[in-house]
Design a protein around this ligand. Sequence first.
Ligand code: ADP
Ligand code: MG
Length: 238
Amino acid sequence: MSSVQIRDVRKSFGGFEVLHGVTIPIEDGAFVVLVGPSGCGKSTLLRMLAGLENITSGTISIGDRVVNNVQPKERDIAMVFQNYALYPHMTVADNMGFSLKLRGAKAEEITAGVKRAAEILDLTPLLDRYPRQLSGGQRQRVAMGRAIVRDPQVFLFDEPLSNLDAKLRVAMRTEIKELHQRLKTTTVYVTHDQIEAMTMADKIVVMHDGIVEQIGSPLELYDRPDNQFVASFIGSPA
Ligand code: ADP
Ligand code: MG
């Protein structure tokens, strides 16, 4: 676990600024949800946290280390994407162990890491199966297994449920929350779905056109929205 500090972060693509000085303090062990309309900069911010995108200006720290120039592999962060493509030719166990293997872990470390992650996610009976033999929900759990196998300091989720049907989406919300309650890993979770944000977050960050409109608990945003944008966004149906 680690705190994450995003301080006055700006991002431009080819001279066009898409994040205009974003500051978000994230406490150690918190479950923070970034919410906002499509195109407001959520994924860009998450990719900067993961080290997949350069920071134009400002700083990002994980724990007490400024990570602006730290490579993704050295950040101790795990990310679950919307399109959680599993490796089709690998078993569940190999899918989950792959990131450890890439980092040069020994065979027994890989086995132990996969075993632990499989127990947490209820995947032990499925370890020898291939992705095509799994349901949508099971595949999603394997994608999470790949993320937790390294026991990272920070989890990043980018709309991980948006390709699932409504029923599975609700079930997976609960699973992800339970996982967080169990592991207490600092989590930054991106969604454009305000219901998802309201039900999952300790703290919600409402973004709009590259700025932060408001940060607060679900109740604070609901009771005391700072402005019209927050009020209408939080109040509108998914
Ligand atoms: P969100 O995830 O909130 O939908 P994004 O972070 O994907 O938003 O995008 C924010 C803005 O940055 C959008 O206007 C998008 O077109 C632009 N953008 C994102 N990635 C790139 C890129 N690689 N090159 C140019 N523009 C980009
Ligand atoms: Mg996005």
